[in-house]
Design a protein around this ligand. Structure first.
Ligand SMILES: O=P(O)(O)OC[C@H]1O[C@H](OP(=O)(O)OP(=O)(O)O)[C@H](O)[C@@H]1O
Ligand SMILES: Nc1nc2[nH]cnc2c(=O)[nH]1
Length: 197
């Protein structure tokens, strides 16, 4: 596996440090939004629902939720736009069989979690679907955002890292479903995917 890596963009240490900051920011915003108990002034935390997008978000969400000491539900969605060896979007579509969204989300504070914001198709589709379920608030949190106009144009409240417009793997991100278990975020050697283009 290591021989396929071109270079490491973000190290495990950098991810850990940034996740500490990001989780604190998310937690502080949720507390700031919460009404206070009239008796003792402590915040009354409303219903929090996290929506991780399968499969790429699995490592990120596992690390992030353990930094968020909040009562929360986790409702996964499965969306595919880069099937197999694709390195450009083929259009986002929901896999209903692997999606666990409730009928309604009235009163819930929803946070969408994904690994990368690239063309923006996935986030746009997920937001549209969740918005129809009437959540109290709807926010998004991405591990990575590519520096390209389509990604920058899609509103997203929390971004861990902005990265160059290159195909990346590791820490949940795949090429042909491989490399998700790499602990760092890396680029692939062009010869690995050149034959599939
Ligand atoms: O902004 P976009 O261009 O829509 O790209 C972002 C999406 O692409 C990847 O999903 P993919 O379809 O590869 O599925 P996976 O998570 O199962 O790898 C990634 O996990 C994001 O969900
Ligand atoms: N693995 C991977 N999936 C993506 N989906 C959208 N962009 C990317 C990317 O750069 N790498």
């Amino acid at each position: 596996m290591k021989q396929d890596i071109e270079r490491v963009l973000i190290t495990r240490q950098e991810i850990d440090q940034r996740l500490d900051e990001l989780a604190k920011q998310i937690y502080d915003d949720i507390i700031a939004d919460s009404p206070s108990c009239p008796d003792n002034g402590t915040p009354i935390i409303p219903d929090i629902t996290l929506v991780p997008i399968l499969t790429g978000s699995i490592i990120f969400v596992a690390d992030l939720i353990r930094r968020l000491p909040l009562k929360m539900q986790i409702r996964v969605m499965s969306v595919t736009s880069y099937p197999g060896t694709a390195t450009s979007t083929k259009g986002a579509s929901v896999e209903a069989a692997l999606t666990r969204l409730p009928e309604r989300l009235d009163g819930h504070h929803v946070l969408i979690i994904d690994d990368i914001l690239d063309s923006g198709n996935t986030l746009k589709l997920v937001k549209e679907i969740i918005a129809k379920k009437n959540p109290a608030t709807l926010r998004s949190c991405m591990l990575l955002r590519k520096q390209r106009p389509e990604a920058l144009a899609e509103a997203c409240e929390y971004i861990a890292f902005d990265i160059p417009d290159e195909f990346v793997i590791g820490y949940g991100l795949d090429y042909d479903d491989y490399y998700r278990n790499l602990p760092e975020i890396c680029t692939l050697k062009p010869e690995v995917y050149e034959n599939d283009l």
